[in-house]
Ligand binder design. Structure first.
Ligand code: NAI
Ligand code: BGC
Length: 256
């Protein structure tokens, strides 16, 4: 894909799962990479090493993106690492399974602050940098099919991803004059640690697969391919939308 040479991409929550796959894919395309997580553990070290072995530069910045000052500092540290930042992938996300009537303020804040507040202030810091330095920018937000379809017992998660949907549309319009593109990627059921419980429960997994026309879960690499496209110059006229990577989950309907 076009447009990754000499570019730097920062991917939040990139020690494992979809974030790690995005980091590796963008590095394969030719970008240098800023990884992030709440801590640098052996999973993060492994991704760092893998990217460096490809001949790309990579650094890991520890930050908890659910806190506005921390995510702002993450962007600043990311820019400082290689002297520029071109692509921001807001991937870090969490979910909490609970009946709506039992959800605590703590659970609500945990989900909303990570999935929406952190994204909001991370993009804000990136935009200030782009604006001050007259640079173009690309933002890809990791939303979910649940920005569109319901997910009972995950009300805060749905609210956070629904919020991302409107944030993206709003920012695409407001930031187009600055040459900053903003899009969402909406994965369906992807085989990552976030879905461990689901994958360990055969019955529950079958019922999820019944909702997926392709009858299988996706891989982190399936999502990373779409993120790479949206981050590339091949997508230079693409902004303000959500792109689904869900095996047909969202818009399926069948009669026996
Ligand atoms: P995961 O749980 O494997 O990875 C999430 C990563 O984000 C972890 O490395 C975690 O440590 C990091 N993270 C969480 N909170 C953080 C914070 N406050 N600061 C920094 N890092 C933090 O999950 P997965 O599946 O890779 O999810 C990535 C994104 O994709 C999330 O936004 C999730 O909502 C979204 N998604 C996942 C789907 C799936 O089926 N796996 C489907 C739809 C969306
Ligand atoms: C959730 C997963 C779920 C998938 C499909 C994602 O947003 O994080 O837990 O399996 O949507 O419902």
């Amino acid at each position: 894909m076009k447009g990754f040479e000499n570019k730097v991409a920062l991917i939040t929550g990139s020690s494992q799962g979809i974030g790690a796959a995005c980091a590796i894919r963008l590095a394969q395309e030719g970008a240098d990479i800023i990884l992030n997580g709440r801590e640098l553990d052996e999973r993060g070290e492994k991704v760092l090493q893998q990217i460096r072995e490809m001949g790309r530069r990579a650094e890991f910045v520890v930050a908890d993106v659910s806190k506005a000052p921390a995510v702002i500092k993450l962007i600043e540290d990311g820019i400082a690492a290689f002297g520029r930042l071109d692509i921001l992938v807001n991937n870090a996300g969490v979910e909490k399974n609970n009946d709506f009537w039992n959800v605590t303020e703590e659970e609500y804040d945990f989900v909303m602050d990570t999935n929406l507040k952190g994204v909001f202030f991370g993009i804000q810091a990136f935009v200030k940098y782009c604006k001050d330095n007259q640079r173009e920018g690309v933002v890809v937000n990791m939303s979910s099919v649940h920005e569109e379809i319901v997910f009972p017992h995950f009300a805060a998660y749905c609210a956070s991803k629904g919020g991302l949907k409107m944030l993206t549309r709003n920012l695409a319009t407001e930031l187009a004059p600055l040459n900053i593109r903003v899009n969402n990627v909406a994965p369906g059921a992807i085989a990552t640690p976030i879905n461990k419980k689901l994958m360990d429960n055969k019955e529950q997994l079958e019922s999820v697969l019944d909702n997926i026309p392709m009858r299988k879960m996706g891989t982190p690499e399936d999502v990373a391919g779409l993120v790479a496209f949206l981050s590339s110059d091949d997508a230079k006229y693409v902004t303000g939308s959500t792109y689904f990577v869900d095996g047909g989950l969202t818009y399926h309907y069948e009669e026996q």
